[in-house]
Design a binder for this molecule. Structure first.
Ligand SMILES: NC(=O)c1ccc[n+]([C@@H]2O[C@H](COP(=O)([O-])OP(=O)(O)OC[C@H]3O[C@@H](n4cnc5c(N)ncnc54)[C@H](OP(=O)(O)O)[C@@H]3O)[C@@H](O)[C@H]2O)c1
Length: 234
């Protein structure tokens, strides 16, 4: 039977690279994103065969009703989910003192609540699926404060906390939970930066890492992975 991967926020950047990897490995892949145009643009880069295995859903993962609608869309097409990647996320630079009122709420909704609700609603399906594995795309900002990190850092610390709690809860059910903590990775998140491209990792590096973790024997669970550019953080 064809394996299934569900990835939130995957029309570009790291999520898209992860979707491309699982498509290349023969999976059926469900992705979400807010912009229909960006989802279509991604789909249009694929061969007809891969396109037939990509299912796109437009919705805001920071809104609980949209998360549930995404899960319902997935449920209409499959009874099994083997891989869930909680990737949808947003970066708004700022400081706790200086950022706009509402930034904390917005980043918690997009970066934390999205993962919490998507996981909760898909857990009954994951529990009856073969070798279920949940990935949470955290960040180096999940373990250290960085300049102009503000609420983004707070949200990523919270996501790592969510991931740890989830792993502890799901261990008895043999559902693997992996926290990925990437440093700077070249995506649209860095648009406008004049830093040289070779100071960044590639989104494909993160995708390869995720796939490798999901391809180990049933006995092994990679719990946390910290990955930075070879010259360190920016
Ligand atoms: N790039 C880095 O250096 C880096 C480092 C560490 C961790 N991360 C984390 O990796 C994840 C992906 O980041 P990225 O750099 O690949 O970002 P990106 O290039 O901006 O892509 C984000 C993706 O998520 C979608 N998305 C954003 N907000 C969404 C929402 N509310 N609902 C649904 N989809 C949403 C975007 O599509 P739409 O805009 O159309 O919705 C897009 O497909 C994030 O969680 C980020 O915090 C990134």
């Amino acid at each position: 039977m064809q394996k299934v991967a569900v990835i939130s926020g995957a029309s570009r950047g790291i999520g898209k690279a992860i979707a491309q990897k699982y498509l290349a490995e023969g999976y059926q892949v469900f992705v979400s994103g807010r912009s229909v145009a960006r989802l279509e643009a991604f789909s249009n880069t694929l061969s007809d065969e891969q396109k037939s295995r990509l299912f796109t859903f437009s919705g805001d993962m920071g809104i609980k009703a949209d998360v549930y609608a995404f899960a319902e869309y997935v449920g209409k097409h499959t009874k099994e989910v083997n891989i869930l990647v909680n990737n949808a996320g947003q970066f708004i630079p700022g400081t706790i003192e200086g950022e706009t009122d509402g930034t904390l709420e917005q980043l918690l909704q997009t970066n934390v609540n999205s993962a919490y609700y998507l996981t909760r609603v898909l857990l009954p399906v994951l529990e009856v699926s073969t070798l279920p594995h949940i990935f949470n795309i955290c960040s180096t900002a999940s373990i250290m404060a960085f300049t102009n990190g503000g609420s983004y850092c707070i949200s990523k610390f919270a996501l790592l906390g969510f991931s740890k709690v989830l792993r502890a809860e799901l261990m008895p059910k043999k559902i693997k939970v992996t926290s990925i903590l990437p440093g700077p990775t070249l995506t649209d998140s860095w648009a406008g930066s004049d830093l040289p491209e070779n100071r960044f990792m590639k989104a494909e590096d993160i995708a390869d890492l995720v796939f490798t973790c999901s391809n180990l024997s049933q006995a092994a669970c990679v719990e946390e992975l910290l990955i930075r550019p070879i010259e360190g953080d920016i």
